[in-house]
Design a protein. Structure first.
Length: 609
């Protein structure tokens, strides 16, 4: 093929008409690229050069850190951070009727300042144009980096939230049984409550604590799950149909028919999962069944101790038969609200176990009498009856190993409603009448039974003056308000307490497994003080001719473990005041004799009016 290149092309090697190429160093793109490199290099140099220190004029938390390197910035911020983290921030709760104040200590509430992170941000290379500009033009007020432990913050706010919280009061429909036997629903309207949203409060505190407070937190209304309108509608749809007729309860081959007045008090309409529903009290229904048919259920009988002669014997427990309260309640509500209501509740009776089984009682080791003590009664019938009532509450008590006994807790308050009479008691060093007078004799008898059983005495107090029917230094008064008689069963086995009146004596006996041989030792009387006569002019004076000498005496309990061991001693010192003779009226020695009228002729004075 012939060569078509022109001579010029053949000479230069370029197509005809092409301009000659410039050397790379003379090309425009080379210079533009070089300019970009120079500018970029300068930017980087500037970014790196201006980094390493905070922009001039920069402040953080009110502290000037401009122009300082990272270490200096950290040192400055660390001092300010420690101050802020230990300064309480005041909080105020408003809204929904709340008005409460509180505070949080930031450092204790999981709020902190990230000093290192803040310093790194301020003194790092100024790569961003805005950062570079701040270094050139000067900095501004900057917020620090903040650490927030949400769990700790929520915990710190919880007490304040609890102080303002008012739980909404759920409404209910109950049933009144009137004197004529009709049953009428009664509506108790719901009431709104209030609550502090701890999560929202934590957000507010986390955002604003650096400003120092006080910070305002808003409480909100807490609505009940069912409003009043819905509850009132349930009167016609649920409540009235529930008591519209008799209820039949069947189980164990027996049937009981209950009229509405018998079961209505055990029913109510209450919110359940946000809806009004009929609910029932299983225990109340059990009581209604027992009243209508005592044989429908059989109550279990606990194992018990009987004393035959001087020996305790275990009377076996007897299982009962009962409709479990929850199952009974579910069966009744289903029968009264089903589709359609059957008004017949079928329940399965199950065996009801006694609280104290035969085996459990046998394992307590109550096998013998370990102590007994008796004191003589007075002729006061009301006083004796008080002792009989109180002893009835104590009799039959079973104490497990380590269990404590309180006479006040066991007997309860001595009131006329509980059968107690007014009888003499010691008050203020004198005999006065009060309900339960005489129970201190039971207390004294019990104390001595505990003393000779070797059990651990916890609390007792002697009478203020000596009473001759009790042993010196071994007696214990009692008062419902201030004085108790307490001991602990430290025998290692169970203890059974028998208490009552036998003939003209109060007798208390302890049964268990004997573990101590006990001896009582008494010192001679000392600091003897004879009684005196006291004249009382008060309106409530009660004369008394009985007297007793005051003295101090020591009683020591010497205990030797059965089978041998180290002997133990306990000593009680009792100070008795003298029982004084009380005369109602003024002291004759202080009454002036009347002065005879003068026999003169002077006119008599008119008595003052």
């Amino acid at each position: 093929m012939p060569n078509s290149d022109t001579p010029a092309q053949q000479e230069t090697g370029r197509p005809a008409g092409d301009r000659p190429r410039r050397p790379w160093w003379r090309r425009p793109t080379t210079w533009v690229g070089a300019g970009v490199v120079v500018v970029a290099g300068g930017y980087c140099t500037a970014a790196l050069a201006l980094g390493g220190q905070a922009p001039r004029g920069t402040t953080v938390l009110g502290a000037d850190v401009g122009g300082r390197d990272r270490a200096a910035v950290e040192q400055t911020l660390d001092q300010r951070a420690q101050q802020l983290q230990t300064t309480p921030v005041a909080l105020q709760v408003t809204g929904a009727g709340a008005s409460a104040t509180g505070e949080v200590v930031p450092g204790e509430a999981g709020l902190g300042i990230d000093v290192a992170g803040t310093a790194e941000r301020l003194t790092g290379p100024a790569w961003a144009p805005a950062d570079l500009w701040r270094h050139v033009a000067g900095g501004t007020s900057e917020d620090p980096e903040v650490d927030v432990d949400r769990d700790a913050l929520r915990t710190a706010l919880q007490p304040l939230a609890e102080s303002v919280a008012v739980a909404p009061l759920e409404g209910a429909v109950t049933f009144d049984v009137r004197e004529d036997g009709t049953v009428e629903p009664a509506v108790a309207d719901p009431e709104e409550g209030r609550a502090l949203d701890v999560e929202a409060a934590a957000d507010t505190v986390a955002r604003g604590w650096l400003d120092g407070g006080p910070l305002t937190l808003e409480a909100a209304v807490a609505a009940p799950s069912v409003d009043a309108g819905t509850l009132r509608e349930a009167v016609g749809t649920i409540a009235r149909p529930a008591v519209a007729g008799d209820l039949v309860v069947a189980g164990g081959g027996r049937e009981v028919t209950l009229a509405p007045p018998a079961f209505a008090r055990s029913l109510a309409v209450r919110p359940v999962e946000g809806e009004p529903r009929l609910v029932a009290d299983g225990a109340g229904l059990q009581a209604a069944l027992a009243a209508a048919d005592p044989q429908f259920e059989t109550a279990p009988q606990d194992a018990r101790i009987d004393i035959v002669g001087d020996r305790p014997q275990v009377v076996p427990a007897v299982a009962g038969r009962a409709a479990p309260p929850q199952e009974l309640a579910a069966a009744v509500t289903g029968a009264l609200t089903g589709e359609p209501p059957t008004r017949r509740a079928q329940v399965e009776l199950v065996e009801a176990e006694p609280s104290l089984t035969t085996e459990a009682l046998q394992q307590l080791g109550i096998v013998e009498r370990i102590s007994t003590f008796a004191t003589n009664l007075t002729a006061n019938a009301e006083r004796t009856e008080n002792i009989r009532i109180a002893a009835g509450h104590v009799d039959g008590t079973i104490l497990r190993p380590g269990e404590e006994f309180s006479l006040n807790d066991t007997v309860g308050e001595r009131t006329p409603e509980r059968g107690f009479n007014r009888a003499p008691v010691i008050s203020g060093g004198r005999l006065v009448d009060d309900y339960g007078g005489g129970v201190s004799q039971l207390s004294t008898t019990l104390f001595n039974a505990v003393f000779f059983a070797g059990l651990d005495e916890i609390e007792h107090r002697p009478h203020s003056f000596y009473i001759s029917r009790y042993p010196e230094g071994r007696e214990a008064t009692i008062d419902w308000r201030t004085i108790d008689n307490r001991f602990r069963n430290d025998s290692g086995n169970g203890v059974y307490v028998q208490a009552g009146i036998v003939g003209n004596q109060v007798v208390v006996s302890m049964y268990g497994t004997k573990f101590m041989d006990v001896e009582a030792r008494k010192s001679a009387r000392r600091n003897v003080k004879p009684p005196r006569t006291v004249y009382d002019t008060s309106r409530g004076c009660r004369p008394s001719s009985a007297t007793a000498t005051g003295f101090t005496v020591d009683v020591t309990r010497v205990m030797t473990p059965v089978g041998g061991g180290e002997q133990q001693r306990e000593t009680w010192t009792t100070v008795y005041n003298p029982e004084n003779r009380i005369v109602c009226g003024p002291d004759p020695a202080t009454v002036r004799p009347s002065t005879p009228a003068p026999t003169t002729s002077a006119p008599a004075e008119t008595p003052a009016q």
